[in-house]
Design a protein around this ligand. Structure first.
Ligand SMILES: *[C@@H]1O[C@H](CO)[C@@H](O)[C@H](O)[C@H]1NC(C)=O
Ligand SMILES: *[C@@H]1O[C@H](CO)[C@@H](O)[C@H](O)[C@H]1NC(C)=O
Length: 427
């Protein structure tokens, strides 16, 4: 690049950045007092030392300018959470970057990957009505073609609709909620009663039955995932709410080998052809190997391979023999269900300690590589504190009750810890 064009380029670049930043407001602690009551805000909480926040910066400016040009009501802001601690506390920010929305007085935490598409979709979902009305078959078909899972209330206003709306309020950060009337639904849907709640997915539908399905929110959490899908760390984490096990074909991050493709198709086929038997217990999908899953099993997961995870207790299962056929895979699933295959991992005390050590290592090693001094400080500081507490404990070891408390504290932190690894992965 010649000197002149480099100069022109940098002028253009700074113009672009300036233009972008015009759509992103820097917020401080006075925000909650000065904002209008009808305003809707999308806010990024960052910390100056957070590399993943820096990566998000250009995306955030793009989101600001695109929402503006789309005529969205959503205003985009960001704030340094280490300076504006009052605001960060108000929004209960724990990890960076934290992405939240504020609509009226309700706050919504963004649970997905740090991509422009994901965040924009979240913003427009929160901006719109909690329950979107589909008033014609055309609108219904249009929505069907854009969502692989659709949660739909059918009927007039009722107590059930009130319950549906309450659940929507809690789960709108994850998925859309719709309402419609009987005559709008495709003729092929057979309904014995109204009002009804239906989840459309995988080319078919399931109807909520309060008697056999129990709590509506728990049912929606079980049904809101497609039977088979690409799973990233955020989706996997959210699948914990379903209470189901997840069968994963673990594959390479970029180029799938022939063997990976075969494993992926095998899982897809089992998900499809044995839905009746297994979908009550399992969700199915494929996932790229990487930090999150390595953190989960506390080791290196190889691709391709099969893995079943129980997100309720951080346990996982691996096939004992080779899995090359559908029969092998079904035997694996049966072995998991009847406990003939041993569970590894879990959230027992020693597992939790191991996990904390593993995560500390995984967090610190890259820091050491890039900035050994900071690394030493980060590693040395807790160690010094730990040593000091040990010293105190040893001196005053009169009761043993402390141990229970320690365990409780560990269990309280084990999930957010794992979440932190996930949050760092901000591709
Ligand atoms: C609505 O929710 C309440 C409380 O969870 C429950 O008792 C009631 O049966 C629900 N109503 C309908 C129609 O599902
Ligand atoms: C998964 O973990 C939960 C919580 O420990 C447990 O209740 C459930 O039985 C486990 N599922 C299987 C299939 O082992």
């Amino acid at each position: 690049m010649s000197g002149r064009s480099a100069c022109l380029f940098s002028v253009l670049l700074s113009l672009l950045l300036l233009q972008g930043s015009a759509f992103v407001e820097e917020l401080d602690d006075s925000f909650m007092d000065t904002k209008g009551s009808d305003e809707i805000w999308l806010i990024e909480f960052y910390a100056p030392w957070c590399a993943f926040c820096k990566q998000l910066d250009p995306v955030w400016h793009q989101i600001g300018s695109e929402l503006r040009s789309l005529g969205s009501m959503v205003q985009v802001g960001k704030t340094d959470a280490t300076v504006n601690t009052g605001l960060a506390k108000e929004f209960r920010v724990r990890t960076y970057p934290a992405i939240l929305m504020l609509k009226k007085d309700t706050k919504y935490n963004y649970p997905g990957p740090r991509t422009k598409e994901g965040i924009m979709d979240f913003a427009s979902r929160i901006e719109g009505p909690l329950v979107r009305s589909l008033s014609s078959p055309q609108l219904f078909q249009h929505a069907m073609s854009h969502h692989n899972v659709m949660i739909v209330y059918v009927g007039a206003t009722s107590e059930l609709k009130g319950n549906f709306t309450s659940v929507a309020e809690e789960l709108i950060a994850h998925t859309y909620f719709f309402s419609t009337t009987r005559n709008v639904l495709p003729k092929s849907v057979s309904l014995d009663y109204l009002p009804a709640i239906i989840v459309f997915k995988d080319g078919t539908y399931v109807i909520y039955d309060e008697e056999s399905d129990g709590d509506l929110k728990a049912w929606i959490n079980r049904e809101r995932f497609p039977n088979f899908q690409h799973i990233d760390s955020y989706t996997l984490y959210a699948m914990g709410e379903s209470g189901k096990l997840v069968l994963l074909a673990m594959v390479e991050e970029r180029y799938l080998s022939d063997k990976s493709l075969r494993y992926k198709h095998l899982v897809e086929r089992v998900a499809e052809e044995h839905k009746e038997t297994y979908s009550r217990f399992f969700l199915f999908g494929f996932m790229a190997v990487g930090d999150y899953i390595n953190g989960f099993v506390m080791g290196e997961v190889t691709a391709p391979s099969f893995l079943v995870v129980n997100l309720s207790n951080d346990g996982y299962y691996q096939p004992v023999g080779p899995v090359e056929t559908e029969r092998h895979l079904l035997d694996f699933l049966d072995g998991v269900l009847d406990s003939t295959i041993e569970m590894k991992g879990g959230n027992g005390f020693s597992q939790r300690v191991q996990r904390i050590i593993y995560e500390a290592k995984a967090t610190l090693i890259p820091v050491f590589r890039e900035a050994p001094l900071i690394g030493c400080f980060l590693a040395g500081f807790p160690l010094a504190i730990g040593a000091f507490f040990c010293f105190l404990c040893c001196r005053n070891r009169t009761t043993t009750d402390d141990e229970d408390e320690d365990t409780a504290a560990l269990s309280a932190t084990s999930v957010p810890q794992r979440k932190k690894i996930k949050d760092k992965k901000s591709d």
